[in-house]
Design a protein. Structure first.
Length: 98
């Protein structure tokens, strides 16, 4: 094998490695987003004794959110809740309507 052939083989292996790494990184990014806020917030509401038969939408309430305290409006099939999430504390949940 001459130098040109060795260089081509090295470039081919490098390209395959780059494509493989890129595929892994894309897969990691997709899997980290698989857990959605709607599922997390609905689970928190249920764990605190509120009914949420089927979570439909969740929307961030930007005006009420402050710093580490995030406020979300969770719409379930049977009710609508305002959910304030503070770190290391139980969620503060207000039932808005049925």
């Amino acid at each position: 094998m001459d130098n040109k052939q060795q260089l081509r083989a090295l470039n081919f292996r490098t390209a395959r490695l780059v494509v493989a790494i890129f595929g892994i990184l894309i897969g990691m990014a997709c899997s980290s987003n698989s857990q959605t806020p709607i599922g997390d917030i609905a689970d928190q509401v249920r764990s605190q004794g509120y009914e949420c038969d089927q979570a439909i939408t969740v929307t961030r309430d930007v005006k009420r959110s402050k710093g580490d305290s995030a406020v979300w409006i969770l719409k379930c099939r049977n009710a609508v809740y305002r959910v304030r999430l503070d770190p290391d504390m139980a969620a503060h949940i207000t039932k808005l309507r049925k």
